[in-house]
Design a protein around this ligand. Structure first.
Ligand code: ARG
Ligand code: ZN
Length: 873
């Protein structure tokens, strides 16, 4: 059944107050609820409940008999005459049997693990009967009872409101949350956990106890998360004037989690992957992810919790906005241009392909059959780009004023995208409703620019046009407001002051032109020679820009653009052209020449910082390059990309690569400062390039780097390079790593992932033997992601083998995973997205597998929904 945005109706009953009591047990937990309901419309009370056993139901204290309610299809219906009543329920749930990790479940083993909850989006209905929708906001009082030995720590969201002992070795703890919240923000945790703590005082003077909880063996890896949390709290106070609003803030790490993390009010729960960090088991990237995800979940306290979503179609209202806030925070903590490069690369790698195929949907979808399948790159990353455009439009102060009004006006509300745009506009006396079209239209707009230089009149005319291709279920497309930030450079790389036709004097060297119809032309005056345009600076809109650059023009930008992001972008564009020169076995053309020449020059230029150089030396990945050809053959894409990298490596030259590697090797440390991280990243790029032209030496260096590595970043990079150069030589190193990190789940995930990404025909066989490793299990989402996810989504030449064997193998595993955890199965299944654009042989075998899977009747709603859409092609 399909849920439609157009069918939205406000709730018929409000729930003022919720009193919950839990008698916790691993096999059997009893949940008692008392809801104070207030009528809003002339309808019966309807509560959601799934997979739970109803033991008792009361209305205003009176037990209800079988004939006094209807229980069907996950809905409990009670007809009531009064306008206000108290509904009581007692239900039983079975945490240890809950392998879907939705609702109340067990993390870890029966004898040592702990209990926890995940309610977003619709998990609360697996805990008790409730109107499980985000526009029902209530005050929660929660009492937990459990055996003191087995469950010494009892946590729920809100402020603590007493603890005590009970008979039979049991104890209790109560929590009261004064802030009304929707059911998806409810959480509890119970078990044996350790903690680290910090006393924090908010800018508005509240004393807050910060606690991070984890199992004893990993509690010493939580310090970086605590530092990140403190920085996040300070940043939100400084940047948005937002303070935390409870006396305690708990953060808990679990190894068993479907997603990254969850912003439950006062009790954030994290996938351990995004909370734990130490130099011996975490890479630099992972440190950055921990900082970003801790910030993301904390920022949700305002963008998500204090102001939540009216319905799940508005998901991007909290997710897009919070990703934008998280990205701004990370940019402030690290580097603005490197952060932008990282985010745009992710958008292109994850969101563009999603938006180009059958899973394409608007940032605000208009319908869904399973909401869990809409926690997508489109809702999150493209959603953030839309907020970024709005912020750019209003400017720093204007955006802050708009956010102040939004938080002020909608505090305690379940809001919509329209509310958000209205607040931002009203605070600035402007109307932003034209941007609403971005939220409703799927597909990546193509922005084309055409230039004409008139030497006799010293005028430069730029014509901008837009077009969005038809997407799944949406054939008619409209023009969107597209802000195009731009500069013009002369051939020596100097930015020109800009004077538009009709203006008296020239002003800044950068302007933002908004294209708000299908086409717009602008004319620049006093341009002495044909300029090189730097367009869409900072990636000012989430579009695909098409401009017919000559390779030398991109070379000018790559060498001279003062903006680090655009410099990188020029390099990416040029690399795309260079790639075209390397297709089909030849390596020949102006672009590959210009690209290698420019990079070789930058390689020797001491003014180029290590981190930027490392990024510049990384051309678009195999997944992005796919977009450069109508039909894809992953083997050939990989071969062409390798050929272009080899051309780059020989242009730079073995002596320069060796010398640079040795210099970086001499500086090796495990320090986490930006300089050290940049050195490690560049060292990895240099070693990879060297391995293409100086294989034997690179193998020795990689082996030595593995042995000498002071931390995970260098160790893992060495392992990956070694395995790519010479899989046999890597075997002992993999065995060593496996043994060294026995029992360290997050390190083993990387061990699986690196091997899953080794390219080529031997990949599937390798995956199948890794499946037989004692540490492999289909029950753990991180493990499934690290082996199956890495293989199917990050190893195109391995997964898309011509005989289709990997497709059939994955189909088989999907059925097995689905029986345990539908959300995880659905996510892995998106690897089949895009089968239609494969070359004919692969296309046919992928299609056969997808069609057969899609025709099965025994799969979950989650997986069925993805397969049905993917099968359409
Ligand atoms: N709201 C979480 C976040 O911070 C994501 C939770 C999604 N969970 C799910 N089962 N769909 O992004
Ligand atoms: Zn989020």
């Amino acid at each position: 059944s399909v849920i439609r945005l157009a069918d939205y109706r406000p709730p018929a009953w409000a729930v003022e107050d919720v009193v919950l009591e839990f008698d916790l047990g691993i096999d059997h937990t009893e949940v008692t609820s008392r809801l104070t309901l207030v009528r809003q419309a002339d309808e019966p009370i309807r509560l959601n409940g799934e997979g739970i056993e109803l033991l008792e139901l009361t209305l205003d204290g009176r037990p209800l008999g079988d004939g006094e309610y209807i229980l069907a299809n996950g809905v409990l219906e009670v007809a009531v005459d009064a306008d206000r009543c108290t509904l009581g329920a007692r239900v039983a749930v079975r945490p240890a049997e809950n392998t879907a990790f939705e609702g109340l479940y067990l993390s870890g083993s029966r004898d040592r693990g702990f209990l926890l909850t995940q309610c977003e989006a619709e998990g609360f209905r697996h805990i008790t009967y409730f109107p499980d929708r985000p526009d029902v906001l209530s005050k929660y009082t929660v009492t937990l009872r459990a055996d003191r030995q087995r469950f010494p720590v009892l946590l729920a969201g809100g402020n603590p409101d007493g603890t005590g002992d009970l008979a039979d070795g049991r104890h209790w703890a109560r929590f009261v949350d004064p802030h009304p919240k929707p059911s998806y923000l409810f959480a509890l945790v119970a078990g044996r956990l350790e903690r680290i703590s910090h006393d924090y005082t908010t800018a508005d003077g509240r004393a807050v106890a910060l606690h991070i909880w984890a199992e004893a063996d990993v509690i010493d890896r939580c310090d970086y998360a605590m530092d990140s949390l403190i920085r996040s709290m300070q940043w939100d106070e400084r940047t948005y004037g937002r303070n935390y609003d409870l006396d305690v803030f708990h953060v808990v790490a679990t190894h068993d989690f479907n997603m990254g993390a969850m912003e439950n009010k006062g009790l954030n729960i994290f996938n351990a992957k995004y909370l734990l960090a130490d130099p011996d088991s975490s890479t630099d990237d992972e440190y950055r992810h921990v900082e970003a995800v801790v910030a993301h979940e904390y920022f949700h306290n305002w963008s998500g919790n204090r102001v939540t979503c009216r319905d799940w179609f508005q998901l991007s209202l909290k997710e897009g906005l919070t990703v934008f806030r998280e990205q701004s925070f990370s940019a402030d903590m690290n580097s603005v241009s490197l952060k932008r490069i990282e985010d745009v690369a992710l958008l292109r790698r994850a969101q563009f392909p999603e938006d180009a195929g059958p899973l394409s949907h608007p940032v605000r979808p208009s319908q869904y059959s399973e909401i869990n399948n809409f926690y997508t790159a489109t809702v999150y990353e493209k959603g953030s780009e839309l907020v970024r455009m709005l912020a750019g439009h209003l400017g720093r102060d204007g955006f802050r004023k708009g956010m102040d009004l939004y938080f002020d006006r909608h505090d305690g509300d379940a809001a919509t995208i329209e509310d958000f745009l209205k607040s931002l506009g009203d605070a600035n006396g402007t109307d932003l409703s034209a941007y609403l079209a971005w939220y409703g239209q799927a597909g990546t707009p193509r922005l084309t620019a055409e230039a004409r230089y008139d030497a006799t009149q010293s005028r430069y005319r730029l014509t901008l046009r837009q077009r969005t291709p038809a997407s799944a279920g949406q054939t008619v497309k409209h023009a969107l407001p597209i802000p195009v930030r731009l500069s013009l450079f002369d051939a020596s790389g100097k930015a020109l002051p800009l004077r538009l036709e009709g203006e008296a004097t020239a002003g800044a060297t950068e302007r933002t032109i908004v294209l708000d119809g299908a086409e717009r032309s602008i004319v620049f005056e006093d341009i002495a020679s044909a300029p090189v345009p730097s367009l869409l600076r900072g990636f000012s809109a989430p579009v695909i820009l098409e401009f017919d650059y000559a390779p030398e023009e991109l070379g000018v930008l790559l060498r001279h653009d003062p903006d680090g992001f655009n410099r990188w972008e020029a390099g990416q564009q040029l690399a795309g052209l260079a790639y075209d020169d390397c297709r089909d076995g030849k390596v020949d053309g102006a672009a590959i020449g210009a690209w290698t020449r420019a990079l070789a020059q930058l390689f020797g230029d001491p003014s180029v910082e290590d981190a930027l150089l490392a990024e510049l030396l990384t051309p678009p990945g195999e997944i992005e390059l796919v977009e450069r050809q109508p039909e894809r053959d992953p083997d050939r894409i990989r071969a062409s990309r390798q050929a272009m990298l080899r051309a780059l490596a020989s242009r730079i030259g073995v002596p320069a690569l060796r010398a640079r590697y040795e210099a970086l090797r001499a500086a090796t440390s495990a320090a986490l400062d930006a300089t050290s991280q940049a050195q490690r990243q560049l060292k990895r790029r240099v070693l990879d390039l060297l391995s293409l032209v100086d294989e034997a030496h690179a193998r020795e260096l990689a082996r030595a780097q593995y042995d000498e590595a002071p931390g995970m970043t260098d160790r893992l990079a060495a392992l990956a390079t070694l395995a790519t150069v010479d899989p046999d030589a890597a075997t002992p190193a993999f065995a060593h790593f496996r043994h060294r990190y026995e029992g360290n789940a997050l390190a083993l995930d990387k061990w699986f992932a690196v091997q899953a990404q080794l390219p080529g025909e031997t990949a599937l066989g390798r995956i199948q033997s890794l499946e037989r490793d004692d540490a492999f299990t289909l029950k753990n989402p991180n493990r499934v992601q690290s082996l199956l996810g890495s293989f199917a989504r990050a190893n195109p030449s391995g997964f898309h083998r011509a005989d289709g064997a990997a497709y059939r193998w994955l189909a088989d595993r999907l059925v097995a995973i689905d029986a345990l955890n539908p959300q995880v199965a659905a996510r892995v299944a998106t690897a089949f997205n895009g089968w239609k654009r494969l070359e004919p042989v692969r296309r046919e075998s992928a299609h056969a597998v997808v069609a057969e899977l899609a025709s099965r009747k025994d799969l979950s709603r989650d997986l069925t929904d993805i397969l049905a859409r993917v099968a359409l092609g």
